[in-house]
Design a protein around this ligand. Structure first.
Ligand code: ADP
Ligand code: MG
Length: 719
């Protein structure tokens, strides 16, 4: 006999065969469990009026507030143009926002009239606001209509007469079934206590029929935690099991090459963060478990050095290292940097790109196969079929977001044994999010820049300041520095944009005649692009006028000014990446954001974040709040291997962090949750204490994992 939760929905009072078919085909509710977890997509609290001052938390239901409008103003532009109404309940004020029918709403509501506004308060930049509130004139005679959830229903269901009311009745029947009181908590008591979570039965009741908004928020928090806990447990468990299934090279020794470089060649002191990350990598390479690590570090934080020294660990243990870059220019840059470091210690480095000539190419292929070449730097050319290695021990991939997961997989087939993989990226997505999005990659972070860098001065300027900007460029040119001027080119086929770019180039040549200007955009032939880039890298051209093709990785320490035209058209993270192209030397650098003079407060607010901070993580978080995580570079192509019902990765970062910590602690404390013979370790866990749970909880958790992830693919099998 199936358990209470697995009971077919048709046996629920009020359902029967016909309704069971509809519920199952329309909204996937086939069992009692499905219905219990079919939560209202929103909650409405019309039981009373709220005051603005009492709003707390981020999971508020839609609520009503009585008060008056004080003023209306239009802000922002383009897609973000909006009407902002200031509303007061007599004590405090909040904003109400409309993105459409702006003209209508701006005159619809009169001062001095009592209104009731209704909607879900959003918490953003330390204040609550309601977007597109329902507004009606206050009517003292109107009775309160209560606190309820609203269920999402399909069109077909509506036609058949289904309503929220009917769903509510069914859920009521389920909650009052005596079987409901026998269901186990899906999380062990140890976690409920430690994280102060609402027990499952209480939480389920509150999700469907909240008593008040505090209890609803506790219930939502609990359900989010549960969901993320199991996602993390699934990812971590898979990662731990992969560790025992996929043996990696063991690099036990730190040898002559590494030490020789460290003591005699290394041109500067490593930063604390570089040292820590190298230790993390070294620890991974000793375990016998294949390393799969994401190295995040802001632009200019010194990832190349970490990559090189990690490859030396491989070389010292009779293996080879490969460094793959997304563009030819970057590969060349890496090659010349690394060659300088490698030559003095007798490590043999080669460069392989699309433009390597046939004879040289053949020689390189041979060198890789025989093991004569220790380190190979290159582009996609490295993953071509005919490139074979003697013993590839470590593959480093620079600037991850330009490589698809499938391409990464190709490197795996170069060996009998899978090499360690280090993926480097400057896209600063929050740590826990990265680990969740990238699945079982471990994450290292370089959160410190090399010393002696002067913070970049960021200026927000307009066309009316053009002369001032020109003067700044002049003075830097006279000091021997180089300048970037970047234009947005969102669609490569937009004639207007291309025109403004070409005009910008002409204007620059005219204004700064006497200085060579190079010109780079995405529509150019690759050879021409490389040639132009090369002029700048070698310092022959002093000014580069370009589109965002320069965004990734070029290192020209002599460049001290980055001018970004039409800055309002770039995302914050992109601006941050561009700004990172300067400030690489010891001199003062400048980033000038050229805005549109008539841009609204909204755009100014957004751009001013750039003038306030150079912290990539803060910027990325602000960007994510504005655009959502789906838009972020690096997260698109990987995609999530699971669906989230209640949690939201962009907003629930804190819960996610706790859920991951809990999942690690539980897996460590209870090896019975893992496949036999699997090592329950994870270097990223540091000194986290294991949490041991009661034996019956182990069974329950294993069952939850099975139910929740039975249908997800095993991504390790796809490559
Ligand atoms: P990114 O992380 O953006 O790839 P790079 O590896 O290109 O950064 O490093 C940026 C610059 O900083 C390079 O010129 C590099 O030689 C220098 N650098 C790296 N580490 C240090 C350090 N510990 N001290 C001083 N300079 C460093
Ligand atoms: Mg780099």
């Amino acid at each position: 006999m199936p358990s209470f939760l697995d009971t077919d929905i048709k046996y629920l009072k009020g359902v029967g065969d016909t309704r069971a078919k509809v519920l199952s085909s329309e909204i996937g509710v086939a069992t009692f469990r499905d219905l219990l977890y079919y939560f209202p997509f929103r909650h409405i609290d019309r039981s009373r009026f709220y005051s603005i001052g009492e709003l707390t938390g981020t999971d508020l239901p839609a609520i009503q507030i009585k008060g008056r409008f004080i003023s209306f103003s239009i802000e922002g532009e383009g897609a973000r143009k909006r009407l902002v109404g200031v509303f007061t309940d007599g004590r405090k004020m909040m904003e109400t926002v409309w993105f459409s029918k702006i003209t209508t709403f701006s005159t619809a509501y009169k001062p001095g009239v009592d209104y009731v506004i209704f909607g879900k308060p959003n918490f953003y930049r330390n204040a609550y606001s309601i977007v597109h509130p329902e507004v009606e004139v206050y009517d003292p005679a109107k009775p309160p209509t209560g606190f309820r959830g609203v269920y999402s229903l399909t069109e077909t269901m509506r036609k058949k007469g289904y309503s929220t009311k009917i769903l509510q009745n069914l859920v009521t029947n389920l909650l009052s079934n005596k079987g409901f009181d026998t269901i186990h908590d899906t999380l062990p008591d140890e976690l409920l206590d430690y994280y102060n979570l609402m027990p499952i039965r209480e939480a389920l009741k509150q999700m469907h029929f909240p008593e008040n908004s505090q209890k609803l928020q506790k219930a939502i928090e609990r359900m989010k935690f549960e969901e993320l806990f199991y996602v993390e447990a699934h990812i971590l468990r898979y990662s731990m099991e992969r560790g025992s299934k996929l043996p990696g090279f063991v690099f036990p020794k730190i040898g002559d090459k590494f030490n020789g470089f460290y003591f005699n060649v290394l041109p500067f002191e490593l930063t604390g963060a570089q040292k820590r990350v190298l230790k993390e990598i070294r620890a991974d390479m000793k375990t016998g478990r294949q390393m799969n690590r994401l190295l995040q570090g802001d632009v200019g934080s010194g990832k190349t050095m970490v990559a090189f020294m990690s490859m030396l660990m491989a070389v010292d243990n009779d293996c080879q290292g490969a460094l793959m870059a997304p563009t030819e220019i970057l590969a060349q840059q890496h090659y010349s940097t690394i060659k300088q470091w490698a030559d003095p210690i007798g490590v043999n480095v080669a460069l392989l790109t699309g433009s390597t000539r046939t004879a040289a190419r053949r020689e390189i292929h041979e060198g890789l196969l025989s093991g004569d070449i220790d380190i190979i730097v290159g582009t996609h050319a490295l993953i071509e079929e005919n490139v074979k290695f003697h013993r590839l021990g470590l593959a480093v991939i620079d600037e991850q977001h330009r490589f698809g997961v499938a391409q990464r997989g190709k490197l795996w087939h170069k060996n009998e044994k899978v090499p360690h993989v280090l993926v480097m990226t400057a896209t600063p997505i929050p740590r826990t999010l990265a680990m969740t999005v990238y699945g079982d990659l471990d994450v290292s972070v370089i959160d410190e820049l090399p010393p002696g860098r002067k913070p970049i001065t960021t200026l927000l300027r307009y066309d009316s300041n053009r002369l001032e900007v020109d003067r700044l460029i002049y003075s830097q040119l006279r000091e021997g520095r180089q300048i970037y001027i970047v234009y947005p080119l969102i669609s490569e086929n937009d004639k207007l944009e291309l025109k403004s770019l070409e005009e910008g180039y002409k204007r620059t040549c005219d204004t700064f005649h006497g200085y060579r200007v190079c010109f780079v955009h995405g529509k150019m032939k690759p050879e021409e692009k490389d040639h132009q880039m090369d002029l700048f890298v070698r310092g022959e051209a002093r000014i580069m006028v370009a589109t965002t093709v320069i965004e990734v990785g070029v290192n020209v320490p002599n460049a001290s000014v980055m001018v970004i035209e039409n800055a309002e058209r770039f995302g914050l993270s992109q601006l941050h990446q561009l700004r990172g192209r300067v400030g690489r030397g010891a001199d003062q650098s400048y980033c000038v954001l050229m805005g549109k003079a008539k841009s609204g407060g909204d755009t100014k607010k957004r751009l001013s974040i750039m003038t306030e901070t150079t912290d990539g993580f803060l910027i990325s978080e602000a960007d994510m709040k504005i655009r959502g995580p789906g838009d972020m570079e690096g997260t698109q192509q990987s995609g999530l291997a699971f669906n989230l019902k209640v949690a939201d990765l962009a907003r629930d970062g804190q819960i996610l962090t706790r859920a991951r910590e809990a999942a690690l602690a539980v897996l460590r404390g209870n090896p019975a949750l893992l496949a036999p013979g699997c090592i329950p370790t994870n270097p990223a866990a540091g000194d986290l204490h294991p949490i041991k749970v009661a034996p019956q909880s182990i069974g329950i958790m294993a069952e939850e994992l099975r139910i929740r992830f039975a249908r997800t693919l095993d991504w390790s099998q796809i490559s």
